[in-house]
Write a protein that binds this ligand. Structure first.
Ligand code: CTP
Ligand code: MG
Length: 401
């Protein structure tokens, strides 16, 4: 057995294009991998000892648009340098239909080749196990073998007027994938007959069926999806998982002392002053503690101890910036902040919106992701006695798992 893979990358990828994204899908490179879509399955095939070589089928010259200046041989050479396949490779030019592209690939195979696996490079997640399953089936002497997965949806045949004609028996249905494996002469005969009859098929097995050959099935893989629409591209991004976290910050400041009255970085016009080691922005202190709570990093006193002269009168906005840098390093994504200010005096209501906007600005959040509310404690306790202010900040966020 001398087996080659034909990797199809000659389509236009029309269904995957958008107004802003006009590159054929197989040439899109993904940040995580650093190589184009068509190289994903090439790497998988290259790791299978039974595969003697890969024949890439690229767009025909006249089909080239954005790729017009691309020298595919040079592109492959560069990919080979960085992410090597280390097996023999050939390049063929595809045709108008998928079937034409496969035929062109067939013509480019070496004489020694006895078996062919045809694969859509739009299926980047094909596993080495599946490829091996196909090869093993060919080894037992079958001439044509395809991977199939059970269909989960109920499939109905529709009449030309758009109504349901009939419901197909689901247990008899399989969704057919690639790679599809063939003994070379069978595939060549199937293509020759299709060409002679003007028969057009969406996969190679249908050509073999048309030519009267038996096509066998092996178990496919549900993960072996075909990247077809722009939404499918998300599957190629790394699947980072997140957990929801929240942190509750609470801070109190006594009135009197020397600091001007500032909440969330907004100066509040009032004769009341605040007694504090730092600038006395009670709101930002509570907010910082809420963020540290999300991060599981203790509180503001742990990071910026009172005893350290460096933090004497330091603006809370600087402390917040420090904490946000730590949060960014740990990929904390803050989604919402809810703040409650408790004070008998001064009146905070008129400044509520300005405070919320400033906090949102500092956190780089949309305005409606920050809520600020103010209340009194009905003249009860230290706030009721106008001795001080308390602030609670609830921070909601997510962290990588
Ligand atoms: N293909 C090909 N030559 C063609 C048409 C398709 O080599 N003339 C390849 C595609 O590059 C793809 C595979 O066949 O790897 C499956 O086809 P499909 O998913 O339909 O891709 P496209 O035809 O490129 O996409 P679209 O139909 O949305 O234009
Ligand atoms: Mg197509």
């Amino acid at each position: 057995m001398h087996c080659w893979a034909i990797l199809l990358a000659a389509g236009k990828g029309n269904r995957c294009r958008t107004k802003d994204q006009q590159t054929a899908k197989q040439f899109l490179s993904f940040f995580s991998a650093g190589y184009p879509l068509y190289w994903h399955s090439a790497l998988t095939f290259s790791r299978i000892p039974a595969i003697q070589g890969i024949c890439f089928v690229f767009p025909p010259q006249e089909n080239d648009s954005d790729e017009s200046s691309t020298d595919y041989a040079a592109a492959i050479q560069e990919l080979e340098r960085v992410h090597p396949l280390r097996i023999p490779q050939r390049i063929a030019r595809g045709g108008k239909e998928r079937q034409d592209s496969v035929y062109s690939g067939l013509l480019a195979l070496p004489d020694a080749c006895t078996h062919v696996l045809v694969h859509d490079t739009a299926r980047p997640f094909v596993s080495a196990e599946l490829v091996t399953r196909i090869i093993d089936a060919l080894r037992t002497g079958t001439n044509a073998v395809v991977p199939g997965v059970p269909v989960n949806d109920t499939v109905k045949q529709i009449t030309p007027d758009g109504t349901v004609g009939q419901t197909l028996e689901r247990s008899c249905l399989r969704a057919i994938q690639t790679p599809q494996g063939f003994s070379r002469p069978i595939l060549e005969q199937a293509h020759a007959k299709a060409a002679a009859d003007g028969y057009l098929g969406t996969d190679d097995a249908s050509l073999a069926e048309h030519a009267g050959f038996t096509v066998n099935l092996v178990e496919g893989e549900t993960a072996n999806v075909k990247i077809t629409t722009p939404e499918d591209l998300a599957l190629l991004q790394p699947q980072q998982q997140y957990r929801q976290v929240s942190g509750l910050g609470y801070d109190v400041h006594r009135y009197g002392g020397t600091r001007a009255f500032v909440l969330g970085g907004v100066p509040i016009p009032t004769p009341i002053t605040v007694d504090a080691h730092s600038d006395g922005d009670t709101l930002l202190h509570a907010l910082i503690d809420g963020i540290l709570g999300c991060l599981g990093l203790g509180d503001i006193g742990t990071l910026f101890p009172d005893s350290d002269a460096r933090f004497e009168n330091i603006p809370s906005s600087i402390l917040l910036a420090e904490v946000l840098t730590i949060a960014e390093q740990r990929q904390l994504a803050i989604s919402h902040v809810d703040i409650t200010l408790v004070a008998q005096t001064p009146k905070i209501g008129p400044h509520r919106e300005a405070i919320a906007k400033n906090v949102a600005r500092m956190l780089h959040l949309p305005f409606d992701h920050v809520n600020v509310k103010a209340t009194t404690e009905e003249k009860l306790g230290f706030t009721g006695e106008k001795k001080g202010i308390k602030v609670m900040a609830l921070v909601s966020a997510s962290l990588p798992l």
